[in-house]
Design a binder for this molecule. Structure first.
Ligand SMILES: [Zn+2]
Length: 142
């Protein structure tokens, strides 16, 4: 796996963990939601330990609750992570495939929520966060 792809998938998990969406590992036998996600500008030891479990082949398929795509698939070059049309959160997008209609956010209550600040990652996410803010600001004008 490339470092860029790994960083993207980690970011995807961090965003959704911040909204309280857990990851299911070990073919459905175990559910993980590390806390905290960050310590200062870094991923927390809890998050890194969770990531080690996710990328350990002995733990089978791992996927965010309510999603179809496994983390293993997302780490392959066939998949990308794009902002959701509804809430701008990163969602799996098959490269060259049809847009994802079932957003990862669909089973979250009160989401998207323009009254809450968007999930905030500590570093180098300027572009995506700016996009989330723009979307939220556009919604607030309605
Ligand atoms: Zn969404």
């Amino acid at each position: 796996m490339s470092m860029t792809q790994e960083a993207q998938v980690k970011k995807y998990l961090a965003y959704w963990f911040l909204l309280g969406k857990p990851i299911i590992i070990n073919n459905g036998k175990e559910t993980l939601l590390p806390k905290p996600i960050f310590v200062g500008q870094q991923y927390s030891p809890q998050f890194e330990a969770c990531w080690q479990k996710i990328t350990d082949k002995n733990n089978g398929d791992c996927y965010l609750e309510g999603t179809q795509q496994t983390i293993q698939e997302l780490l392959s070059p066939l998949w990308d992570l794009d902002p959701c049309a509804r809430c701008s959160m990163p969602v799996p997008q098959k490269i060259g495939g049809a847009p994802v209609l079932n957003c990862t956010c669909q089973d979250l209550e009160n989401w998207p929520n323009s009254e809450l600040p968007p999930p905030n990652l500590p570093s180098d996410n300027g572009v995506k966060l700016a996009r989330i803010r723009q979307t939220l600001m556009a919604k607030n004008k309605d």
